[in-house]
Every structure is written in structure tokens, then in C-alpha cells.
Design a protein around this ligand. Structure first.
Ligand code: ADP
Length: 247
């Protein structure tokens, strides 16, 4: 196996809200092509870590290096440009547009520098939309209005809207919440395929899903790394069992 490059290096990440350290000297290293999962009880600081990486929240101290570039002083849109895509828990799709149109609008070249759309549908855009639609299991639904999709299909569409921007790191917050068993399995398949060429950072509570996808698991507790390694290692770590059983 060739040695993998580190795509994201987070070191000593700390953020205080009115003196309360939500994230406290947190470090992690994500390899190219890796599915990295953060688990932990509510309030552990998981969402805040993702907010810090995508520039939604500013760190108090530490560093976030992505592909060698320091993200912590970059604006949110620059971070997206650098290749970091973030999906939030609630899909932000255009319900009254078709799957095709949703994907088309997310294609980077469909926008001018000012962000205004130019309505020229090129062969290149059509091909990119069709490729992504196939990846997200929606090739048969391209001309369906998005509000008619199932909850799971809407989640996939939003992943597709990120994929079409060709990110090198995709961050997902509880991607299978509310999904059926079949949809969960297909999402695992989708994430493994995505990780062929990019890295994926996931926050997840569903342990079966974590077992299905994770290359590396980090358990957060009170803003810090409590345990990390393979899923079987962290599952059997007495400190982790202690936190989940509530002492
Ligand atoms: P998790 O995602 O693991 O459930 P969060 O990252 O959402 O945890 O939250 C970690 C802690 O930080 C919680 O105690 C939360 O109340 C607090 N917190 C998060 N964001 C803010 C904020 N903007 N202002 C004040 N406190 C916050």
C-alpha cells in the first residue's frame, strides 16, 4: 500500500464561548481517501469542530491545515474554493426545481464571478450532472421535482450538489439520520465510492453505520479526544464505555 498523504491536519484546536471550552486542544489527521468518523455524546464538540473547519466559527487557538493551506483565517467561500464541502443535517435543496436543475445550479461553472447565473446549458454541465446523478442513485429521477423525493433521496441530492463542486474533503453531519435500512446501506456504498478519490469526515451516532464505513474513529468527550483508532478498538475502550453508560 502506498503511503497516504495527510489532506487535513488539525492541531491544538481550541474554541471558547464565554470562557467555556467547547473544543479543547483537539487534534486530528485525515488521510487522502480516508473515511474519518467522529462520535461522542451530545455536547462533546463534534459539530463545533466541523464549524471551525468550514469557517462558520472562528478558533481561539490552534491550526487547521488543508492541503498545506491554513484555513483558520480564510473566509467561508474561500474554504469551499479550496476544496472543502460541508453538508448540514437539514438539506438545503431547491424543492421546486428538478434534480437536474439542483445539480446544474451547484456546478461551479454555471455561476459567473458575481454569483449570478448565466443560463447556458453546456454539454460539459449536462455530462457532469448525469455522472453525479448516477453516483447518488438518482439517474432515473433527473427530471423529477425535488420535493417529490424521499427524505433519503433529498439527502443524496444534497451530497450530489457538493460532489459536483469536486471537493477534496466532504464533511457530513449525521448523513443517515431518518433514513431507511436500504437507504443507509446505499449511503455507505456511496461514501465508500466517494472516498476512492477524496476524503470524508462524518459525525455519526448510528454505530452500525459507523462500523460499515469508518477507516478511523475518534471519540470526542468534553471537547477533547477520549479515544481513537479502529471501531473495534474504541468500542472496547473502558473510557468510551464509561462515557456512553454515563458512569
Ligand atoms: P456535539 O455536536 O458534539 O453535540 P456541539 O459542538 O454542538 O456538540 O457543542 C459543544 C458545546 O459547545 C455544547 O455545550 C454547546 O452548547 C456549546 N456551543 C456550541 N456552539 C456554541 C455557541 N455558538 N455559543 C455558545 N456555546 C456553544
Amino acid at each position: 500500500k502506498p503511503i497516504k498523504e495527510i489532506i487535513l491536519a488539525v492541531e491544538g484546536l481550541t474554541v471558547s464561548f464565554n470562557g467555556f471550552k467547547a473544543v479543547d486542544d483537539f487534534s486530528m489527521y485525515i488521510d487522502e481517501g480516508q473515511i474519518y468518523v467522529i462520535i461522542g455524546p451530545n455536547g462533546a464538540g463534534k459539530t463545533t469542530v466541523l464549524d471551525l473547519i468550514c469557517g462558520k466559527t472562528r478558533l481561539t487557538s490552534g491550526s487547521i491545515k488543508f492541503d498545506g493551506k491554513e484555513l483558520s483565517r480564510m473566509k467561508e467561500n474561500k474554504i469551499v474554493h479550496a476544496g472543502v464541502g460541508r453538508k448540514f443535517q437539514n438539506p438545503s435543496i431547491y424543492e421546486n426545481l428538478t434534480v437536474f436543475e439542483n445539480l446544474e445550479l451547484s456546478y461551479p461553472k454555471a455561476r459567473t464571478a458575481t454569483g449570478a447565473l448565466f443560463f447556458k446549458r453546456t454539454e460539459e454541465i449536462v455530462r457532469a450532472v448525469e455522472n453525479v446523478a448516477q453516483e447518488i442513485f438518482l439517474d432515473e429521477f433527473l427530471h423529477i421535482q425535488a420535493d417529490l423525493l424521499s427524505h433519503g433521496q433529498k439527502q443524496w441530492l444534497e451530497i450530489g450538489m457538493l460532489l459536483i463542486q469536486n471537493p477534496r474533503l466532504l464533511m457530513l453531519d449525521e448523513p443517515v439520520a431518518g433514513m431507511s435500512v436500504t437507504e443507509r446501506q446505499k449511503t455507505a456504498q456511496l461514501l465508500r465510492r466517494i472516498a476512492g478519490g477524496r476524503s470524508v469526515l462524518v459525525i455519526e451516532h448510528d454505530m452500525q453505520f459507523v462500523e460499515d464505513i469508518a477507516d478511523h474513529v475518534t471519540v470526542m468527550h468534553q471537547g477533547k479526544v477520549l479515544s481513537e483508532g479502529s471501531i473495534s478498538k474504541v468500542k472496547n475502550d473502558p473510557r468510551v464505555i464509561d462515557v456512553y453508560l454515563g458512569h
